[in-house]
Design a protein around this ligand. Structure first.
Ligand code: AMP
Ligand code: ZN
Ligand code: FE
Ligand code: FE
Length: 280
């Protein structure tokens, strides 16, 4: 068993990178990918711990990109911190996030919500600031009862405190990922369209724009949804991948490896991804 989608406290997870391979080992995983939003700086720390435990740590990250079908999350695998085309692109993306965070804090002040940039940054603990950190401050202040409620009422796209940030396009992102030796996988595809029939055409376009796989085996999907997405991926020649989207206490329903208890991504998924990497 493996888990190809986890977040650490370098972005908006709550656990330090070293903890992820520990949880993966306890769950019975042979490999785990670190996929923090827009950054690669948790990978080496996780790998050092994974090496001690006999758990393979795959380098990765999760990017928010614009596509013909609308915004989507793109996972990169087999990429590392350091120099390279993807790494250069991420530096620009991080600057965009910093600007967004300043505008978001200003919007919160306008709305009379008690979450300053200083408090939000303190919640992030020195890692990249994301909306889950804003949500956690709003929970602590008693504005909302849960992180999910903070998104539903204030922070989700279309809600009063939503602030856009610049994104790479899908072709730009897949090109940078491939040029850095990686593969590109569309995360939680039902976020793009909740309807599988409507996804079909979007997936054909994504495959033509360099996408290598679909995250069919996602922690929050039902067995039926996973099967539907696996069929969709296979029809378009894409790899079927999977992971929990573990965020520690920011998404308390999800565990490393097992998701909500019913996830089990087989080891051969990684072999398929590696084969695609060589042929990119
Ligand atoms: P950011 O990177 O700051 O744009 O925040 C992205 C993070 O917010 C990801 O971890 C998402 O899982 C989380 N997120 C985005 N939209 C929602 C939503 N509607 N409900 C709960 N969490 C969300
Ligand atoms: Zn996240
Ligand atoms: Fe995501
Ligand atoms: Fe994620």
């Amino acid at each position: 068993m493996i888990d190809l989608h986890t977040h650490t406290d370098r972005s908006d997870g709550s656990d330090p990178p070293e903890r992820i391979p520990e949880l993966a080992a306890a769950a019975g995983c042979t490999a785990v990918a670190i996929t923090d939003h827009d950054r690669l700086d948790g990978i080496e720390r996780a790998r050092a711990r994974g090496d001690e435990l006999g758990v393979r740590v795959i380098g990765g990250c999760e990017l928010s990109v614009g596509s013909d079908a609308g915004p989507l999350h793109l996972l990169a695998y087999f990429v590392e911190d350091g120099e390279g085309p993807l790494q250069a692109a991420l530096s620009g993306v991080q600057d965009g996030r910093t600007g967004r965070n300043r505008r978001l804090a200003a919007r919160l002040a306008e709305l009379g919500l008690p979450a300053s940039l200083e408090e939000i940054e303190a919640e992030a603990g020195g890692g990249g600031v994301g909306r889950p950190h804003v949500a956690a401050v709003l929970v602590r202040k008693g504005v909302v009862a849960s992180v999910q409620e903070a998104f539903d009422v204030w922070l989700a796209a279309g809600r009063p405190a939503y602030v856009e940030r610049p994104r790479l396009t899908l072709p730009e992102a897949t090109a940078a990922i491939h040029a850095s030796g990686g593969v590109a996988v569309v995360a939680h595809p039902f976020t793009i369209r909740p309807d599988a029939a409507e996804l079909e055409e979007a997936v054909a376009t994504m495959a033509a724009q360099g996408v290598d796989g679909l995250e069919a085996l996602y922690g929050r999907y039902t067995p039926e949804e996973r099967g539907t997405l696996a069929g969709l991926a296979t029809r378009h020649g894409l790899a079927v991948t999977g992971g929990s989207d573990y965020h520690g206490r920011y998404k308390p329903d999800l565990q490393v490896g097992t998701g909500r208890g019913d996830l089990a991504v087989p080891d051969h998924v990684l072999d398929d991804l590696e084969a695609r990497r060589r042929s990119n």
